[in-house]
Design a protein around this ligand. Sequence first.
Ligand code: ATP
Ligand code: MG
Length: 417
Amino acid sequence: MSSLQPVRGTHDLIGETQRRFAHVIETARRITGLYGFDEWATPIFEDTRVFKRTLGDTSDVVSKEMYTFEDRGGESLTLRPEGTASVCRALVTNGLTQSLPQKVFYAGPMFRYERPQKGRYRQFHQIGAELLGAAEPLADAEVIAMGRDILQALGIARDTVLELNTLGDLESRTAWRAALVTYFSERRDELSSESQNRLERNPLRILDSKSPQDRAVVEDAPLISGFLTPLAQTFWDDLRKTLDILGVGFRENPRIVRGLDYYSHTAFEFVTERLGTQGTVLAGGRYDGLVSEMGGPQTPAIGWAGGIERLSMLLEEAPAAPRPVMVVPMGEGAAATGLTVLQALRGAHIRAETSYRGNLKRRMERANRLNATHAIVIGEDEVARGVVQVRDLDRGEQTEVAMDQVTSFLHGLSQDA
Ligand code: ATP
Ligand code: MG
């Protein structure tokens, strides 16, 4: 039998990879906390309608990327392809639509049946934030600034550019959509067959097409800016003004429409040139219609999601592996004392390890492999005298320390450092 492999497009997170992931999530959790966001966790799978209803039948995600299956009870379930729809569903089903605003942070795996390549996987991971119940452009600006702060805290803000667009309100979009249909219909033959399809069902999506053939036609397509209602124009002006006040730099990009159907007004992407074509690391927008699609009251909302894989790849260096203290009991007579010291260290919040077998040499080799800071060597003589030998493995110095002073001795060292 050939050996089992991970499913195509999935990967194990181990060692340095996992430390990079954890660092991205912890940083995002900390920064969103500063903005008053609370963490939510929703199920990994949902009733298929949660996504079908909201993402739009013509979106790439719903039309070809969802992992949908029937369970043994005959219900259609879908592994979540993104977090926003689930958060809106949770807002409604937990009766929170009357306690607004809600500020939500989440992190976790998402699933899309895509062609795997660097920066694009079938199980991937996102951090995300949703601010539900605020209609003001100030909310959009704050949520975008929070994304920028996370990139800054990760040390990668300089590698990214914020691209910003408005999709206007429904009235603006309806007029723009009509102009797009007219324009694309005239050049129908130049479009990819996929975009010819989109022309009937969702012409905005053509602007988002990655096919080079479509890109050429998209070049000259009418822009939303010519169709903004006075209200939508004011919103757009206020957003840019507020971003200026917050010191968030951006580049206007009229081509940004985002991959999902539910956006209005603000759409934005933080992009980098360091990851080839998978250059969008954190993206989002305003989705005022989504909560009502989910059966709740009309609720304005704005949010974003960031790809943890892509953010991790941009990190300059992986967070260092934590260094333990190694307890090395020598001989039967030191075993019990070794265990006591080990637990005392852990009780004092010091990462401590021991090896389960082997002579002094083998045990010291393991200490080196784990990059231990210290070895605490305990022989029968030490047990009799109530002391231990603390060996500093970086400097090669050894100090005799009273057994009940070990943790304070090590704490003292880490304070000196
Ligand atoms: P793309 O245009 O790259 O397909 P998208 O518009 O489908 O992105 P969103 O649904 O907005 O992406 O997801 C937000 C972020 O999640 C993306 O900017 C990206 O960083 C990440 N992401 C999306 N799909 C994947 C994937 N298959 N593998 C890894 N990361 C992903
Ligand atoms: Mg996509």
